[in-house]
Design a protein around this ligand. Structure first.
Ligand SMILES: [Zn+2]
Length: 655
């Protein structure tokens, strides 16, 4: 493992111990083999003047909610050192009381809650303290002869602490085992099955000790015979993936994404002969169970049954370990190993599945390294249960937070580069959905280019392009719940007398047939959706046609009939199909100045008069149509299908 220390970068902070703390914390955070997503913690002890000018000894320790990779100075909570040391002397201390007392001892009430390891940091008599969950240290401690390995690597240069629950209990254990010891005799401290601490009065040295000690563990693992993990191409089965996601969501009682890892590393892991056995022996470090639960579900020929079995076993595990006071978490798995298909991460958002995928990647790698020379052995289940169900996490369960309507849901929107389609993609994403926006305009891939809101250049009149788009949304997020079929154009306004075959046919191709093609391709996934909804964007022209727009109106009328038939066919799968008839939406690509002018002339009006020719005298915006789409696809319209809903400012010919 390489030190990332850079003299030039560090120079800027040399006079500010807290800024140096920020700098080396970020160096630790930059290496995922040391810490992942909010894991690990660091601190610095400072003598600072308080509000009245009196000096105070403080521990500035990583605050909860901050990530070492991106932490800034406000991410360190300033706690009076003396209070922390006195807390360590108590016989018992509940986590809730610990948090209360630590908050009460902070000199800045606006700072975040101090890390759960704050008391332990306070006990270590050095200015800088660094703590990580380094993969290599976990590899040497998570096997039957872990203590022997630690001894072989480090001899007497480190303090070794057997596994106990993190937080107050760990701080007490360290205090007890280091009585009479001189901390200066040691380079670091190994926590069995948990991680490693290093410490020094010099920021750089504390960091470098971490790198050196972890490198020694890496070298040891390699010498013992750990090899590069084998790589295998994964098999893909998107239909079954959608079924797995549905079953996991039903088991969790809420919509979840199911994001596959189809890398060759994941393929290699999932194709191992011993996979069913080694994957379910427990996590890398107990910290991870809050995200991943203690074990993954193993999926093979009958994934739905396997998830049901996982659920029952989880409920048994809860019953075996609860003291009767705890609230059971939802019994759905958070990750899966799918034989020969790679691994899956389940979560409520792309942010969550990304974190879980990263944890899986490191767990996978480390388990295989250990299996090459020993046997992966994580903590017993009661220790993992204690972390999964620790007081502070349980307290959070008591606070009912309402999640957005589309949290964990997956949407596909066509015609998404501008106007109504773009507004729909953005609105659904803001309301929690993972969204793929399609458009013929390749710009769509730049417009939507972040996790959970992506764009794909797609010609919805081309079957192959549609197939790719539907596969992509399922491969990215695990299924499909909401289809907003919106792509369309307004062909040249021609009377029937002047109609050309090309104008007519191209309008039918885009404004009618492409919607059928997209719906047909999406149907196998919609049949496995969670409260599935299809929304077709038709037009006021359907109930109230105008002269000179037959190619458009007839296609939209056909689209409306398509929706009515689809609502009959998909109803038994719980999928609703509804149609919106917008009008007076002038902020879309459809309404070029020329088109507006032309339409106004047809009605013998000025453009201004034409624009407010509805009953409410109001122009309708794309955003307002998108809000209506979200409502129709959401819980308010859960019992409505086959409906046609105008959003046109009120039209006397429609009413
Ligand atoms: Zn830790």
């Amino acid at each position: 493992m390489k030190s990332l220390w850079n003299d030039t970068e560090a120079q800027a902070f040399s006079n500010d111990p807290l800024e140096l703390r920020v700098y080396t914390s970020r160096l630790l955070g930059a290496n995922p083999d040391l810490v992942l997503h909010g894991g690990g913690n660091t601190s610095v002890k400072l003598n600072q003047q308080n509000f009245f000018g009196d000096p105070e000894e403080l521990l500035l320790v990583k605050g909860s909610g901050w990530d070492l990779a991106t932490i800034e100075s406000p991410g360190f909570a300033p706690v009076r050192l003396d209070t922390l040391k006195r807390l360590a002397e108590l016989e018992t201390l509940s986590d809730t009381e610990m948090v209360r007392q630590q908050r009460a001892a902070m000199t800045d009430p606006g700072a975040p809650n101090p890390s759960v390891e704050a008391i332990l940091h306070a006990l270590i008599p050095f200015r800088y303290v660094d703590h990580t969950h380094a993969d290599a240290v976990l590899a040497v401690t998570n096997h039957p002869d872990g203590e022997i390995s630690v001894q072989e690597i480090y001899g007497n240069r480190v303090i070794v602490i057997p596994y106990v629950m993190p937080g107050f209990v760990l701080a007490k254990k360290v205090r007890e085992l280091t009585q009479g010891k001189n901390w200066a005799d040691y380079e670091g401290m190994i926590l069995m099955n948990h991680g490693i601490f290093t410490f020094d009065d010099d920021a750089r040295e504390s960091y470098e000790k971490m790198i050196r000690l972890v490198t020694e563990a890496e070298d040891y693992v390699r010498q013992k015979g750990a090899r590069e993990a084998s790589k295998t191409k994964v098999r893909e089965d998107l239909i079954r993936l959608a079924g797995i996601r549905k079953k996991v969501s039903d088991t969790a009682g809420k919509a979840m994404l199911a994001v596959p890892d189809q890398t060759e590393d994941a393929g290699g892991f999932s194709s191992r002969k011993d996979i069913s056995e080694i994957a379910v022996r427990g996590p890398l470090t107990p910290d991870h169970v809050l995200r991943t639960k203690n074990i993954p579900v193993m999926l093979d020929e009958n994934p739905v049954e396997a998830i049901e079995t996982f659920k029952n076993q989880y409920l048994d595990y809860f019953k075996r370990n609860t003291d009767g006071q705890l609230t059971c978490l939802d019994p759905a798995p958070r990750w899966a190993v799918w034989k020969e298909h790679g691994t899956l991460a389940f979560g409520r958002s792309v942010k969550e599945t990304t974190i879980i995928s990263d944890i899986i990647g490191h767990t996978r790698k480390t388990i295989q390294q250990v299996e090459d020379w020993s046997s992966w052995k994580a903590l017993p289940e009661k220790d993992l249960f204690e972390v999964e169900y620790w007081e502070l996490e349980q307290a959070k369960l008591g606070k009912p937070g309402k999640s957005p309507n589309f949290q964990g849901k997956i949407a596909l929107v066509s015609g998404a580069a501008s106007g109504i389609g773009r507004a729909c993609a953005e609105t659904l994403h803001q309301q929690g959905a993972a969204v793929l926006g399609l458009d013929l305009n390749p710009e769509v891939e730049k417009i939507f280019n972040k996790p959970g809101l992506m764009g794909f250049c797609c010609d919805v009149t081309d079957d192959e392009s549609i197939r790719q788009a539907v596969n992509l949304v399922v491969r990215n997020f695990g299924g499909l719940d909401v289809l907003v079929s919106n792509a369309g154009n307004f062909p040249a306004g021609l009377t029937l007398e002047k109609m050309t075959a090309e104008t007519w046919d191209s309008s039918m191709r885009l404004n009618l047939s492409s919607h059928q093609r997209l719906l047909t391709a999406a149907t196998p996934f919609l049949q496995q959706s969670l409260d599935g909804a299809v929304v077709f964007i038709a037009s006021r022209n359907v109930p109230a046609p105008g002269p000179g727009a037959s190619a458009y109106s007839v296609a939209k009328a056909g689209l409306t009939q398509l929706a009515r038939v689809a609502s009959l066919e998909l109803g038994s799968y719980g999928v609703r199909v509804n149609v919106l008839h917008p009008d007076c939406v002038y902020d879309t690509g459809l309404w070029s100045d020329d088109v507006l002018q032309g339409r106004a002339e047809k009605y013998g009006m000025s453009v201004e008069a034409y624009k407010s020719r509805n009953i409410l005298k109001k122009e309708v915006t794309s955003r307002e149509v998108a809000e209506m789409v979200a409502a129709v696809a959401g819980p308010v319209f859960l019992k409505t299908t086959g409906a046609q809903i105008p959003i046109d400012g009120g039209n006397d010919r429609v009413i």
